[in-house]
Design a protein around this ligand. Structure first.
Ligand code: EPS
Length: 376
């Protein structure tokens, strides 16, 4: 009912608030026998964390995971896995002045109307702090997907404000054209190393101006076998869209060519099949809501951050007009930290769908003919 749980067979329940003592999650339904240690979480959590570069919020959380249950002698046991991360750098006084005000663009007004009460400290439950636990849970999903199926779920930023990656045609931002070492070597997860300096200046100027921008994140999952996803109401693309849309600040999701498909002809969009492979991947690796064996491609649009030191008109809880100024430690572009979060949601969907496919169709076995992925 309250929708803090995600997934059916690999079910992740998150809990906690941005300025509470801790955030955490319980993963129920994880297969036994996956080797997992606290060190496994460090890499992806650091990729998402605040305070690692000057371009993100300067809140310094250690984001160290404690495994409370479900793992014995370094291996998952099949029982619920509880993960906990303590909040160590919350600064609630930044929120004291605006505790009774509705910040435009935030969830303040809507949470107020839904619950009649809200925790204003750091946005409470609506804070992007919650995404930490999605990334933590997905570390286990990514590991299982890689070990069992050779699946890699990777992402990059493909637009920030009005800037797009040079030397990439839109339809060439695919698994084959992206050098993942380049993406991981800069703070923006940007696929073109030659533009990183330019982006640093762009972000410095933006931060100085007090304003924010949006971003577009691309996620590509390779080696997903054909057959995952459920018609009619459990379509893989529908579940991906819902999962990605559940991330804070997301305003749009595309699968494959997405909205660009509107201006294409059918003769161009349908991906021709040959025994040697698919000739193109406009569909984004999903046909009829079921994976085709091609790379799964999603794009996610993040809105510009609403917390700004630039004043804005609003209202307080008494109905009086106020001017809101947000001080504190905010991201001038939430999209900069969003790549690992988008990857996490895609991995969680794939993990859940893999287990659901195995439950119903595990006896079907190898089906022929199988077309190689071809064009990614
Ligand atoms: C956030 C506002 C900031 C960010 C926070 C997300 O919180 P605070 O004002 O308490 O510093 O630092 O991000 C995180 C703490 C995190 O780990 O992602 C928001 O409004 O969503």
């Amino acid at each position: 009912m309250a929708a803090n749980t995600f997934g059916r067979l690999f079910a992740v329940t998150t809990f906690g608030e941005s300025h509470g003592p801790a955030i955490g999650c319980v993963i129920d339904g994880c297969p036994p026998g996956i080797a997992i240690a606290v060190e496994d979480f460090a890499h992806d959590l650091a990729r998402r964390a605040t305070g690692r570069t000057r371009h993100t919020s300067q809140r310094h959380e250690t984001d160290e995971v404690e495994i409370l249950s479900g793992v014995y002698e370094g291996v998952t046991t099949g029982t619920p896995i509880a993960l906990l991360i303590r909040n160590v750098d919350a600064r609630s006084k930044d929120y004291a002045k605006i505790a009774a005000q509705f910040r435009p663009g935030h969830a303040d007004y809507t949470y107020w109307h839904k619950y009649g009460i809200r925790d204003p400290r750091g946005g409470g439950r609506s804070s992007a702090r919650e995404t930490t636990m999605r990334v933590a849970a997905a570390v286990i999903a990514k590991k299982w997907l890689a070990e069992k199926h050779g699946i890699a779920v990777r992402g990059c930023m493909s637009q920030i404000g009005e800037v797009t990656p040079r030397d990439f045609a839109r339809d060439r931002l695919d698994a084959a054209s992206i050098d993942w070492n380049v993406v991981e070597a800069n703070p923006f997860f940007w696929p073109n190393a030659a533009q990183v300096d330019e982006l640093e200046h762009y972000m410095d100027a933006l931060r100085k101006s007090g304003d924010s921008v949006g971003a577009r994140i691309e996620v590509i999952a390779t080696n997903v076998p054909p057959g995952w996803g459920e018609p009619i109401y459990g379509k893989l693309d529908a579940e991906l869209a819902a999962a990605l849309m559940s991330i804070n600040a997301v305003k749009g999701v595309e699968i494959g060519d997405g909205f660009a498909a509107v201006a294409q002809r059918g003769s161009e969009h349908r991906d021709a099949m040959t025994p040697a492979g698919f000739a193109s991947n406009h569909a984004g690796g999903i046909l009829g809501g079921i994976s085709s064996g091609q790379a799964i491609r999603c794009a996610v649009a993040f809105k510009p951050t609403s917390s700004l030191r630039l004043p804005v008109t609003s209202m307080d809880v008494h109905g009086d007009a106020v001017e809101v100024v947000t001080t504190g430690r905010h991201d001038p572009c939430v999209g900069i930290r969003a790549t690992p979060i988008c990857e996490a949601m895609v991995a969680l969907v794939l993990m859940d769908q893999a287990l659901r496919h195995r439950a119903q169709c595990g006896d079907v076995g190898e089906v022929v003919p199988r077309i190689p992925p071809g064009n990614p």
